[in-house]
Design a protein around this ligand. Structure first.
Ligand SMILES: C[S@@+](CC[C@H](N)C(=O)[O-])C[C@H]1O[C@@H](n2cnc3c(N)ncnc32)[C@H](O)[C@@H]1O
Length: 363
């Protein structure tokens, strides 16, 4: 018996053949994933869904304002990858509605094609990551050209879509307090979509979004101005530094803590900045802190790789601790307790296998 893979040595040849088939499948699926992201970015999936009929590559290209030669080659990948149906007699293509339901902008949080954009985000820095494997250190935020843009789309699905119906109800009485008027801070707000949605819905409350990076803050300010919002500000700031204000009633951190240079310091700053009775609402990735418990996790290869190529490396680039995105629930609860939070609860949303929601009260 081989200890690593639990295979009888006598069955080695069969096991090698099976693994070769898995690797071939991985090669095809990984590259198909890049094609799904292109289908999203170019609007090809949206156009094909809107056409909702068999169409030639010329018609699909025209409907999407794309070059036909590229569209035809891409369709080759989509057909052989089982995404698009093909009529070889008529040379026409069709995106079945049950596939469109998972690949188009109108699918909202069910749009998988949007998530595949993270593959290209990671691939952009691959050479630098390989260098880090030899030399240590990390790749800083500014080296990821599209990270904040892709993250904002991800946040629209994972946070904004369920904000009022699923997320606010996790905290007793929160919607009512927001209605009356409270002070809210979102740390690591990125492009600020969640705060903007809240500021629109609750004009009596005051909102601040802070992020280390200027690019998403400028995008957030532009959107808030365009919406004519006067109860929200966005600031470029490092949230591991003391907040220097009268305090906040609600602090949120959507997918932020594991990226931090010094996550324990940030949690202490948050605890310190909350008014008595204040709430900390933290979204972070759903996993165990123990690798052994993650073996059957449906998303863990993705989570560990996005950690290696983004979340962990941006922290290490700041000489940080490099906690990584799979820091896990056990450690998260422990660190919240260590920072002085009380009544920590962990909640999950139905059908969301990616996120945990931690609700904590100021100590
Ligand atoms: C994974 S992104 C999440 C962005 C946003 N919350 C969302 O859900 O779209 C993490 C964000 O934290 C920001 N960030 C990381 N460290 C920070 C720090 N020390 N101070 C402020 N922002 C920070 C990054 O720039 C990035 O926008």
């Amino acid at each position: 018996m081989c200890n690593a893979c639990k295979v009888n040595v006598a069955d080695q040849d069969t096991a090698t053949e099976q693994f070769a088939a898995e690797l071939l499948d991985t090669l095809n699926r990984a590259t198909l994933g890049l094609g799904l992201a292109i289908g999203h970015r170019t609007g090809l999936f949206d156009s094909m869904a809107a056409m909702n009929c068999w169409a030639s590559s010329e018609e699909i290209a025209a409907a999407s304002a794309c070059n036909e030669r590229y569209v035809r080659e891409w369709l080759g990948a989509m057909v052989t990858g089982g995404v698009v149906a093909f009529d070889s007699e008529a040379t026409t293509y069709f995106l079945p509605p049950h596939h469109a339901a998972l690949l188009t902008r109108s699918a909202g949080s069910n749009n998988f094609a949007r998530t595949f954009q993270f593959l290209a985000v990671m691939a952009e820095v691959e050479t630098s990551i390989v260098d880090c494997f030899r030399e240590g250190g990390g790749v800083p935020y500014e080296r990821f050209t599209r990270f904040h843009e892709v993250m904002a789309e991800d946040s629209d699905g994972n946070v904004v879509e369920g904000l009022f119906t699923k997320i606010l109800p996790m905290v007793d009485g929160l919607a009512e307090r927001l209605e009356e008027g409270i002070d809210v801070m979102d740390i690591g707000c990125g492009s600020g979509h969640a705060m903007i949605a809240l500021a629109k819905r609750f004009p009596n409350s005051r909102f601040v979004g802070r992020d280390l990076c200027e690019k998403p803050i400028l995008a957030a300010r532009r959107q808030a101005d365009a919406e004519g919002l006067t109860n929200i500000t966005f600031e470029v700031a490092d949230v591991s530094e003391r907040m220097g204000s009268d305090g906040y009633d609600l602090i949120t951190a959507f997918d932020v803590i594991h990226d931090q240079r010094d996550p324990a310091a940030v949690l202490e700053v948050v605890q310190d900045a909350l008014r008595p009775g204040g709430t900390f609402l933290m979204q972070d990735l759903q996993a165990s802190s123990k690798l052994a418990n993650n073996i059957d996790h449906a998303l863990c290869p993705f989570l560990y790789m996005i950690s290696t190529m983004h979340c962990m490396t941006v922290s290490l680039a700041q000489n940080g601790m490099g906690l990584g995105s799979v820091w896990g629930e056990e450690l998260a609860v422990q660190m919240l307790g260590d920072a002085g939070f009380r009544d920590v609860t962990v909640q999950r949303l139905e059908h969301d296998i990616q996120n945990n929601w931690y609700v904590s009260m100021s100590g």
